[in-house]
Design a protein around this ligand. Structure first.
Ligand SMILES: [Zn+2]
Ligand SMILES: [Zn+2]
Length: 136
């Protein structure tokens, strides 16, 4: 199990998105602001890689397969599109505190996501971060 310590990708913000407001499978979740139908609400997604659970208060108001816009809860800026998913929806990216990026699809119910590292140092730091967490 790997934890992804997500943070805002804007360098002048860069605030950690990890929160204990909602624990998912016992781990802090990643808090984002999601916009759907001109309503913004907090969305909590699992910080565990390969876990697709998310907690969306008022989730039932969001139709299946809807595409959401996501914003940073700290600086309020919209996360920019990294690429397009196979399902046609935009994929956005968040920064990983130890280095690298996590990309995920903005369509509700689509589970496509990936990690991206520039070099082996970023991968090493990601593993080290997770080793340190396990020692706690
Ligand atoms: Zn931010
Ligand atoms: Zn998708």
């Amino acid at each position: 199990m790997f934890i992804i310590p997500a943070k805002c990708p804007y360098p002048d913000c860069g605030v950690s998105l990890m929160t204990e407001e909602f624990l998912i499978k016992g781990q802090p979740s990643i808090k984002l602001i999601g916009e759907y139908g001109s309503t913004k609400r907090p969305i909590y997604i699992s910080s565990i890689y390969d876990d697709y659970e998310s907690v969306i208060p008022d989730e039932l108001l969001i139709v299946k397969n809807a595409i959401l816009d996501f914003y940073c809860p700290h600086c309020g800026r919209r996360f920019s599109v990294a690429e397009y998913c196979d399902c046609g929806a935009p994929k956005i990216y968040l920064a990983i505190a130890s280095g690298g990026k996590v990309k995920f699809c903005t369509r509700k119910g689509c589970i496509k996501h990936s990690l991206e590292f520039k070099n082996s140092e970023e991968i090493d730091r990601f593993y080290k971060y997770n080793e340190e967490l396990r020692k706690k």
